[in-house]
Design a protein around this ligand. Structure first.
Ligand code: GLU
Length: 462
């Protein structure tokens, strides 16, 4: 059985790099009819918060990355880690170390003076001196020779000489287990078959494999996925970039589009740029993940989002648009409810091919129901002496059109401009302003058609 896990540390919100890792783990399990586990790595008590846990879980829900088990919390598994540490000491796989910070500093300085790489010299392993007033840390007895080798499913074969590795502290002097050790016990107990995680963890892997081997465990397969960088190639930062998954929701990105874009960042299926989650699950394999870092391009994300919006069910978009209005305390919903003629789903259907995010969709729908307040600048730009006369003539003609179809409206507009000897924009700009309160609307023949004969006449006469 394929079992993967996503193991975020709750020291902040879920960021897009984490979401991409979670997505790959999730998709690998789903593709192989396996199981996907959510594990919260909250052993860093000082930095872990309940808000972060909640925000990670909310983001997973919003993205639709459903898990079969969990969330497991490492803080609830302390007894288990301590039990494994005790067994390891009893079996001579780990040992107490009484060295003080000063001892370690001196050791380090001496090694550096000799031009050696600083490393714990295993003195407490070899001379079993017990210091009665000192509570020891516990160190893992790392093999002294040979090497750790694994075939990383993204990076290929990696080999690390054991002489490079320290005897890792697995329990602090207060008995609490350390990070790498908890990961090992969890991956073992949770029977994880594939560890898919960010490549900032590559250095932990040989240490974890050695501990797993000492425990007689089957070693999972590892896939270390590359980082997501900013467009300019620098690391993304919380201060200057939108890194939280939920910021993208607030920007009007659909979860399907965000996942599509994140998937495509360093994985590919031919030239396919836009795909559904079902397609992604069907196509996904670890073989075609590229090893080099990807660059985040917001314009591309918005383009992918626009493609998803075009194909999104109107009923779902109705909910999302209402959500945006509610969040913005926009009162337009009352106008929507009072309008017998314009169904929100139809308005959305008309606007959606022209927008690249849900906020713009909501905004453009709102001025269809309720014209915006016109700015002075707009009035100055478009109030020519003839405008009022033109609009009133145009309105009278429109109200008498025998047939209300887009074709009939287009033909009427053409004829009207010819008779009045004006160019389209001379009519279009003030017309848009009068009907919607803004000149930034989709093509005005469409707006006129959508509003309907009665509403257009009413707005032109107002
Ligand atoms: N908790 C680690 C992190 O948030 C992930 C550890 C792992 O996947 O092994 O980066």
């Amino acid at each position: 059985m394929i079992r993967t896990r996503f193991a975020p540390s709750p020291t902040g919100f879920l960021h897009i790099g984490g979401a991409r890792t979670g997505l790959f783990s999730w998709a690998y399990a789903r593709h192989n009819s396996g199981q996907f586990i959510l594990r919260i790595e909250d052993t860093d008590i000082e930095r872990s918060t309940k808000e972060s846990v909640d925000s990670i879980i909310d983001a997973m829900d919003w993205l639709g990355l459903n898990y079969d088990e969990g969330p497991y919390f490492q803080t609830k598994r302390m007894e288990r880690y301590k039990e494994v540490i005790a067994t390891m000491v009893a079996k001579d796989l780990a040992y107490p170390c009484y060295c003080s910070k000063e001892d370690l500093d001196t050791m380090r300085e001496e090694q550096m003076a000799k031009g050696q790489k600083p490393k714990y010299d295993k003195r407490c392993l070899h001379n079993k001196v017990v210091k009665p007033n000192v509570t020891p840390v516990i160190r893992f007895k790392n093999p002294e020779s040979g090497s750790v080798v694994w075939d990383d499913l993204v990076k290929g074969r990696i080999e690390i000489n054991n002489t490079e590795l320290d005897d890792l502290i697995i329990a602090r002097s207060d008995g609490t287990p350390t990070y790498n050790f908890c990961v090992v016990v969890d991956d073992l107990d949770m029977q994880i078959s594939h560890v898919i995680r960010g490549d900032d963890h590559v250095n932990n892997t040989p240490r974890q494999i050695n501990i797993l081997s000492a425990l007689g465990a089957t070693i999972p397969l590892y896939a270390h996925t590359p980082m997501i960088l900013r467009e300019d190639g620098h690391k993304m930062s919380k201060r200057t970039d939108a890194v939280s998954v939920m910021q993208y929701r607030d920007m009007g990105i659909l979860p399907e589009a965000l996942l599509n874009y994140l998937a495509r960042l360093c994985w590919g299926h031919g030239d396919d740029e836009v795909f559904s989650l079902e397609q992604f699950i069907n196509w996904f394999s670890l073989d075609n993940i590229s090893g080099s870092p990807a660059r985040f391009d917001i314009k591309k994300l918005l383009w992918v989002n626009a493609q998803h919006i075009k194909n999104y069910p109107n009923a779902k978009l109705v909910d999302l648009v209402i959500d945006v209005w509610t969040r913005n305390n926009d009162t337009v919903l009352k106008d929507v409810e009072n309008n017998q003629y314009l169904k929100l789903a139809d308005v959305i259907d008309f606007i959606k091919p022209r927008v690249d995010n849900i906020n713009t969709l909501a905004y453009q729908c709102s001025y269809i129901y309720k014209p915006l307040i016109v700015t002075n600048e707009d009035i100055e730009n478009h109030q020519t002496p003839r405008v009022h006369e033109l609009l009133s003539k145009f309105g009278t003609g429109l109200s008498q059109l025998p047939e209300w179809s887009l074709e009939a409206i287009k033909a009427y507009i053409k004829e009207f401009c010819a008779i009045e000897s004006i160019k389209m924009p001379e009519l279009g700009m003030p017309l848009r302003l009068k009907l919607c309160g803004t000149t930034q609307t989709p093509s005005f023949d469409n707006i006129v058609y959508l509003l309907g004969q009665a509403e257009v006449t009413k707005r032109l006469n107002s």
